[in-house]
Design a binder for this molecule. Structure first.
Ligand code: ZN
Length: 227
């Protein structure tokens, strides 16, 4: 509810986000961060989802289109309070969308880097699939889509050379392959091209080799149950 009220403010008073971020820093110092942190985290998600770069994310994985309609629907559901955003310091800069409780958990409040913003995009793709109740979507498709959206956002926003890409934080070769392939396909998405099915298949395969998803098979299905 608080998020809804402050969203109204930020739409009509442009400096409100900065004000809220300052407030959160002050609140942290005064141990009031439990009150303000989720509000600021909610704004971070809405700010990322209203970034013009969202309009450049357009591709298809399996039977599912990923693009502005999917991501802007998530923003709408956050404003309505159907999807929630919480700050979880235990996540230490990471992020996660919990489809059982329809909640984003952010390990940061105001995103400080494009990498963190891109992580929000990754989780927003999962939230979008949850909103669509994609009951038969495989984990491989779900993650391939989320990583490709994440890489497209980061590559499009990056001011560095296009070869400077996202890297797997707990670096291992098999896991980093997801970002390596995702970054290359993101270049195609930014050129308004749909990646070839053979490349999408490589991305799915890389996801299944990533240490987070090793216990899944190509047939494993995600538990998207609606919001
Ligand atoms: Zn994911």
């Amino acid at each position: 509810m608080a998020t809804q009220r402050f969203w109204f403010l930020t739409r009509h008073v442009p400096d409100t986000v900065t004000f809220l971020e300052d407030l959160a820093h002050m609140a942290e110092a005064h141990k009031l961060k439990d009150v303000f942190a989720p509000i600021v985290a909610g704004h971070t998600v809405l700010r990322v989802l209203s970034d013009p770069m969202i309009q450049r994310i357009r591709f298809r994985i399996g039977a599912q289109d990923v693009g502005p309609p999917l991501l802007l629907r998530v923003a709408q559901l956050i404003r309505e309070g159907t999807i929630k955003v919480e700050y979880d310091p235990k996540m230490q800069g990471g992020a996660e969308y919990d489809m059982a409780t329809n909640t984003f958990h952010l390990g940061f409040t105001a995103a400080q880097t494009v990498t963190q913003e891109a992580l929000v995009v990754h989780e927003a793709v999962h939230a979008g699939f949850d909103a669509l109740s994609c009951k038969r979507m495989t984990v491989a498709d779900s993650e391939a889509a989320a990583y490709l959206a994440q890489c497209t956002y980061a590559r499009g926003k990056s001011k560095s050379a296009p070869t400077v890409r996202l890297l797997e934080s707990s670096f291992d070769r098999a896991s980093d392959l997801v970002f390596e392939i995702g970054w290359r396909l993101a270049g195609e998405v930014l050129d308004n091209r749909q990646p070839a099915e053979a490349d999408v298949a490589r991305l799915r395969q890389a996801v299944l080799g990533h240490h987070h998803y090793k216990h899944y098979t190509a047939a494993s299905v995600e538990k998207y149950d609606g919001v």
